[in-house]
Design a protein around this ligand. Structure first.
Ligand SMILES: CC(C)(COP(=O)(O)OP(=O)(O)OC[C@H]1O[C@@H](n2cnc3c(N)ncnc32)[C@H](O)[C@@H]1OP(=O)(O)O)[C@@H](O)C(=O)NCCC(=O)NCCS
Length: 194
């Protein structure tokens, strides 16, 4: 699921330059604990930031996201794929805080993205670092992702959720959108009406 093709660095740079100047939203959002979070569109060059998110997720969280416990090197590849897919074949939002101690000046906290998969319902997924879970970031990201998808002309999004994933199930149910529930192998499937 959510597989991608990698294109040349020149094509990626050409795609990335206009986007970096057209940040998704410079307004800040406040989490339940008062943390000020910023959102911006994910670009292929964000692979290392996406990797930082995966690196700050526990084995349980990674399992719930990928239905596997990826090794450190696989996490790096998955991060690269995620960033490229989000830019080239879908849309993604990166949530971060400002942090002078990071080389990049920001500390990524979470990511939500969808990828067009040739059906009427592109697949979406969310990943939040463990330290920031249950603070309302998932709720913000899912709402913003749905808004962006609707603006892009989509009618549906789909998520594959493991039955043990209470957090994601609640997040979808509380997003307030009509949805269809189904089962697909080991996953519960949710098709959301945007
Ligand atoms: C699932 C996930 C995205 C939820 O994000 P989050 O930022 O922790 O969720 P929020 O804080 O916005 O919580 C939304 C609601 O769900 C509840 N909730 C979240 N996680 C929960 C959990 N594990 N158990 C019970 N309730 C939970 C919150 O209390 C909140 O309830 P409220 O609406 O009454 O306030 C996040 O935990 C995560 O990244 N998990 C690992 C990766 C994953 O499973 N991704 C989804 C696979 S597609």
């Amino acid at each position: 699921m959510l597989s991608s093709t990698i294109t040349s660095p020149i094509v990626r740079l050409a795609n990335w330059l206009p986007r970096i100047f057209k940040r998704y939203d410079n307004s800040s959002l406040v989490l339940k604990d008062g943390t000020i979070v910023y959102l911006r569109q994910v670009c292929a060059v964000d692979a290392s930031l996406v990797h930082q998110i995966y690196a700050e997720m526990s084995e349980d969280s990674l399992f719930q996201r990928f239905n596997a416990c990826p090794s450190a090197s696989l996490c790096r590849n998955l991060a690269e794929q995620t960033a490229v897919q989000a830019e080239e074949n879908g849309f993604g939002l990166l949530a971060y805080v400002l942090d002078d101690e990071q080389e990049s000046g920001i500390r990524p906290l979470g990511l939500a993205y969808y990828v067009n998969n040739g059906t009427d319902a592109p697949e979406f997924a969310i990943s939040i670092v463990d330290a920031c879970q249950k603070k309302g970031l998932g709720k913000i990201l899912i709402a913003e992702l749905f808004k962006s998808a609707k603006k892009a002309g989509l009618t549906f999004l789909k998520a594959y959720v493991l039955p043990i994933n209470t957090g994601m199930r609640l997040l979808i149910q509380r997003a307030g959108k009509p949805h269809f529930y189904g089962e697909d192998g080991s996953y519960d499937t949710y098709k959301i009406v945007l």
